[in-house]
Write a protein of this length. Structure first.
Length: 542
């Protein structure tokens, strides 16, 4: 009996000792255990004694989300539904209606129906606002309503929506949806191939390799790889895509973490497709994560010329960790460093300004590529050749995030006819129409200067200012508003680019948009011209 007792006591103690000894945070173990105990006690007492009925699940969900908000935006709690969506996103296929949608509080908006898929066949268009799925009103659903659009193949779903103020309904037959990593590739001219790599899901390497080989068979002796607007994805796919253009055994990326097992060097492990073909990679401010591993390391190894605008600057690696009841924690475990040893993370989430916003890195360290060219860390991948129209600015970002460009494109689609991609162009009259649309909309873009001014005038000391100062304050705000409208002209090229892209998708889907880019996109034309000039191309890399 004594032996059994000793065994029962010693095993938990031994397990606890091993846990503490093996933990990377063993110095903080007592503090962590203490805080967990405090929280558990608080949570129990709150739910037992609060004057009204509480919802423990909602309280816990709020507590977890608020806790993680103090870290970075990529560390997230995934419930069972989120875990499934995460798997689907990486797999590149799911069963549903075949449309990109955005959820608001009381509606779901069709952002883009995929050509030839159920939503498109049922007549749904970008800009349609779904208000009812089956017998369920969107306003009655607290969770992600778009989950109701998913379902088994060959099952039907009735959708009620509004379009241009008119309520309509349709029935959509769900089917298997393929999410291509490479939605488009084509020859630009007799010897230059163009590949769009839109995301790094499990199909990325396979489809990029297939596109590369097909284009070479069609006569391509030069390649443009377009990573613009690619938000990233799987680290393994980024390494394997890079491997298509560089030899086996090359260091692509290094990850560094406080947990030793996550400190790794990732080298290419397969035979490449072509290590010599001249290569240009396109990036912009929405190229992130895996896109930056590929573009950054190809730049570091002097294997490609980078063209476009400075990339997003996400140098953090996430990993899903399993929790109980089918949930997961997607947590930032390390920083990654490209082949030259630079980390391109641009925002410091652990040092914030007085408003709680992450501080943008402004101090860059110099690194060198294999050939000795200077590159820098800390602010995304800076292209070798910058394209002005590809750059982002706060006004354009606000117009996109507030759906102003999207909403104007919807109106344009129903007010105009465009017969072919080759005939499409936005006139000065169209742009003036857009500016008028902005001025009449609810768009309220507040600059940092305006925020600071409003805070100063609404603070405790505002009573010290006389009427003259207050009148000048009002006039200054009015002048700022006028200047913002003038900024629509200052950033006309950047805004026009986004307007054209959104409108073209309405009339000709993604394929039509890419066809238009081949002949009209400034970055593609610059890349094509560079590849024609062999001495200039080599001169940049050497």
């Amino acid at each position: 009996m004594k032996k059994i007792f000793k065994k029962r006591v010693l095993l938990p103690i031994l397990a606890l000792v091993l846990l503490i000894a093996g933990s990377s945070f063993r110095g903080d173990f007592f503090e962590i255990a203490k805080q967990i105990e405090i929280f558990t006690t608080l949570f129990k007492e709150l739910n037992m004694n609060y004057v009204d009925e509480t919802n423990p699940a909602e309280l816990m969900d709020t507590a977890i989300k608020n806790m993680l908000e103090e870290l970075d935006p990529y560390t997230k709690y995934l419930n069972e539904q989120d875990v499934e969506s995460f798997k689907i996103n990486n797999a590149g296929e799911y069963s549903g209606i075949g449309a990109m949608v955005k959820t608001y509080e009381d509606k779901i908006v069709i952002v883009e129906p995929y050509q030839g898929y159920p939503a498109d066949k049922a007549g749904l268009k970008a800009g349609d606002q779904i208000i009812k799925i089956g017998d369920i009103s969107i306003t009655d659903i607290k969770e992600d309503a778009n989950e109701l659009l998913k379902g088994a193949n060959n099952t039907s779903v009735d959708i009620t929506y509004t379009r241009q103020g008119e309520t309509k309904s349709t029935t959509v037959i769900r089917e298997s949806i393929e999410v291509d990593a490479v939605p488009y590739y084509k020859m630009i001219n007799d010897n230059t191939g163009y590949i769009v790599l839109a995301k790094f899901n499990k199909k990325a390497t396979e489809q990029t390799k297939e596109a590369l080989i097909d284009l070479k068979n069609e006569g391509a002796t030069k390649i443009i790889l377009d990573l613009r607007d690619n938000p990233g994805g799987l680290l393994s796919e980024a390494i394997n895509v890079t491997n298509l253009f560089i030899p086996k055994g090359e260091l692509v990326v290094t990850t560094k973490s406080k947990v030793k097992k996550f400190n790794r060097e990732y080298k290419t492990s397969k035979q490449p497709v072509d290590t010599q073909i001249p290569l240009v990679v396109l990036v912009n401010g929405r190229s992130a994560s895996a896109s930056e591993i590929v573009s950054g390391s190809l730049q570091d190894l002097d294997r490609a010329v980078i063209v476009g605008a400075r990339s997003f600057g996400k140098g953090l690696v996430q990993r899903p960790l399993k929790l109980t009841y089918g949930t997961q924690l997607k947590v930032t475990i390390s920083r990654y460093y490209t082949a030259s040893g630079r980390c391109i993370q641009s925002l410091d989430y652990w040092n914030r300004d007085e408003n709680g916003n992450a501080v943008r890195n402004t101090r860059f360290k110099d690194f060198t590529t294999r050939n000795g060219r200077k590159v820098q860390d800390g602010g995304g991948v800076l292209p070798d050749i910058e394209i002005a129209s590809a750059k982002t600015n706060t006004l354009t970002k606000a117009l996109l995030s507030d759906q102003v460009i999207f909403d104007y494109a919807t109106q344009f689609y129903y007010d105009n006819k465009v017969e072919s991609v080759s005939e499409f162009s936005l006139s000065d009259s169209d742009y003036n129409s857009f500016k008028n649309f902005v001025s009449k909309s609810d768009f309220n873009f507040e600059t940092k200067a305006e925020k600071a001014l409003k805070e100063a005038m609404s603070g405790e000391d505002s009573s010290l200012y006389g009427n003259t100062v207050k009148d000048q304050y009002k006039n200054l705000l009015l002048e700022m508003d006028k200047s913002k409208l003038m900024a629509l002209d200052k950033y006309k090229n950047e805004i026009l680019k986004n307007l054209e892209d959104e409108i073209l998708k309405r009339f000709f889907y993604r394929e039509g948009l890419y066809d238009y880019h081949l002949q009209n996109d400034e970055a593609i034309m610059t890349a094509t011209g560079l590849l024609k000039d062999e001495s200039k191309y080599k001169g940049i890399l050497e």
